[in-house]
Design a protein around this ligand. Structure first.
Ligand code: MSP
Length: 526
């Protein structure tokens, strides 16, 4: 049995969850669910990043104790995961002293024992918004352009991590594909960053300035810098640094198969994190998948522009599946995407109400009417007679292509499944979903081609064989959409009284009952 370990970034708790958080959750969840369907032993981790100066200040602004503030805010993120129907196996919090801290302390000690932690003086410009030192050349009019704040000038004693030691090895593993950076454009970006020069990095802050964090082992005058603390979550959750059974998951699941991140945290994940792992003698993640930013009406979301999309509002109004589907199918997996309510409504009506919703209702109703709700497997001769003659060949087009007669099951198991699995492996999720949607188009075209509603009057057995094939196309498409729209898939399986155990189900019979609409029609003006 294969294993599959997927992670999201852990989210800063200083603000409310937004669409960027929902996006990483949904990408990772789609992968986790697709791998569980494949039969892989899957572990899916998400969580919250709760230490550092920024969070300490946000807590102070609300007049709350840091831990109380972090508890409340972290709950907003776990609640979002729940309303998005995210199937995470664990939720790690960096303030969890039992689950998280031992791993971070073990990581620090491993780096120290490797001779890669040393004390030095750091002079630099510190941007609180970034939680990081920034350089003079990043500034516009003396301010950090992203946070519109003047950075603080800081000179302090820090512990440093000897990252420079590992840069050549990291470069080589990226070039060889041993650690894949996907998509290609991001890989090139990382290589350029490395070639631009990557020295040692500051790994702690004086506790007198930042106390909200994990103290440096044996030197409580220093607090670990937020990145050593945060990045280690991916293994602390597996029990890194613990003994015996406590470390069982570490042995079972590490290295991660896919780490999902946004492009603004690429350097940390593709350079700093691998350097830490190498220094600690641990294997590197197999893939770092970097999604793009979701813009709102073509602009970066910001409070000032008032164009922030609240994921909770969309979920409450349209349901989690409609939102998940939009994020996966309609955002380009490898690029930036754009969210507008108009487009969302259009997709909802076209793809969900008039698309899958209508198709399910038509096929189930015909099976009920023409066959009393029960279809037995047609003979092979009959299936040959009603073989697929055309299918939608290209993702993203509706073009039907003529094919030589082959039955629906064969078509799915040979052509479609393989392309779908390849897209999942490349985390090209919009293509994977597109392949499933194209299968539903094929199903629709197949019904139009044979017109079972007419055929039933003259050749009822042939009409039932057409319905058989149509149901198989529909249910197989649904199975491929299940990682994206789990609730809808369950509803469809219930309507057709069908159970899946593997990718390919050998159907004995199909039963259907008349369904309620899956995606009620909505007035697009609301
Ligand atoms: N806490 C760090 C990550 C530490 S991981 C060891 C962090 N947190 S964050 O809450 O600020 O950001 C989490 C993720 O949201 C990042 O991957 C970031 O790219 C993503 N997004 C923030 N805004 C976004 C959009 N508008 N669109 C898509 N994702 C974006 O960084």
């Amino acid at each position: 049995m294969n294993k599959f370990y997927v992670t999201t970034p852990i989210y800063y708790v200083n603000g409310a969850p937004h669409i960027g958080h929902a996006y990483a959750d949904v990408i990772a969840d789609t992968l986790a669910r697709a791998h569980r369907i494949k039969g892989d032993e899957t572990f899916f981790l998400t969580g919250t990043d709760e230490h550092g100066a920024k969070i300490s200040r946000s807590a102070a602004e609300t007049g709350k104790d840091e831990q109380v503030f972090a508890d409340e805010q972290s709950k907003l993120f776990s609640d979002l995961a729940e309303s998005l129907n995210i199937s995470n196996d664990d939720f790690i919090r960096t303030t969890d002293k039992e689950k998280h801290w031992p791993g971070v302390i073990a990581m620090w000690k491993a780096l120290r024992d490797a001779g890669d932690i040393y004390k030095g003086t750091y002079d630099g410009l510190y941007c609180v918004g970034h939680e990081a030192f920034i350089t003079e050349k990043d500034l516009v009019d003396g301010k950090c352009p992203e946070h519109e704040q003047t950075p603080e000038t800081i000179s302090e004693d820090n512990y440093f991590f000897r990252m420079s030691e590992y840069i050549d090895r990291i470069r080589a593993t990226i070039v060889s594909g041993e650690m894949k950076i996907v998509p290609e454009a991001r890989k090139n970006e990382v290589l350029a960053m490395i070639d631009d020069g990557a020295g040692d990095i500051s790994f702690s802050r004086p506790a007198k300035d930042v106390s909200w964090g994990i103290p440096v082992p044996e030197d409580a005058e220093h607090t670990m810098y937020v990145w050593c603390d945060a990045l280690t979550n991916y293994i602390s959750a597996l029990g890194y640094g613990k003994e015996g059974d406590g470390a069982r998951k570490m042995a079972q699941f590490w290295p991660a198969d896919v780490q999902v991140i946004g492009k603004d945290i690429l350097r940390f994940h593709a350079v700093i994190w691998p350097a830490m792992l190498l220094a600690a003698g641990l294997p590197l993640p197999k893939m770092i998948f970097t999604h793009g930013l979701i813009m709102s009406g073509g602009k970066k979301m910001s409070k000032t522009l008032g164009n922030i999309v609240d994921p909770n509002k969309i979920i409450n109004e349209y349901g989690a599946d409609a939102f998940r589907n939009f994020l996966v199918t309609d955002m380009p997996a490898y690029d930036d995407g754009d969210f507008t309510l108009e487009r969302f409504n259009e997709v909802y009506t076209a793809r969900l109400t008039n698309g899958i919703g209508n198709l399910v209702s038509r096929i189930a109703t015909m099976i009920e009417r023409f066959s009393n709700g029960d279809l037995a497997r047609p003979t092979n001769e009959l299936l040959q007679e009603v073989a697929l003659r055309q299918y939608v060949s290209e993702v993203g087009t509706d073009k039907m292509v003529e094919v030589k007669g082959q039955d629906a099951e064969l078509y799915i198991t040979t052509i479609v499944r393989q392309r779908y699995n390849e897209a999942i492996d490349k985390v090209k999720l919009n293509d994977a979903a597109g392949i499933a949607w194209a299968l539903l188009k094929t199903c629709d075209g197949y019904i139009q081609d044979y017109e079972p509603f007419k055929l039933i009057k003259t050749e009822p057995e042939k009409a039932k064989a057409v319905l058989w094939n149509a149901a198989i196309l529909l249910l197989s498409g649904t199975r491929m959409l299940e990682p994206v729209m789990p609730e809808t898939a369950e509803k469809i399986y219930r309507i057709f009284d069908c159970n899946w155990e593997e990718d390919i189900v050998h159907w004995k019979g199909i039963r259907a009952t008349h369904p309620e609409p899956l995606f009620p029609r909505r007035d697009s003006k609301t």
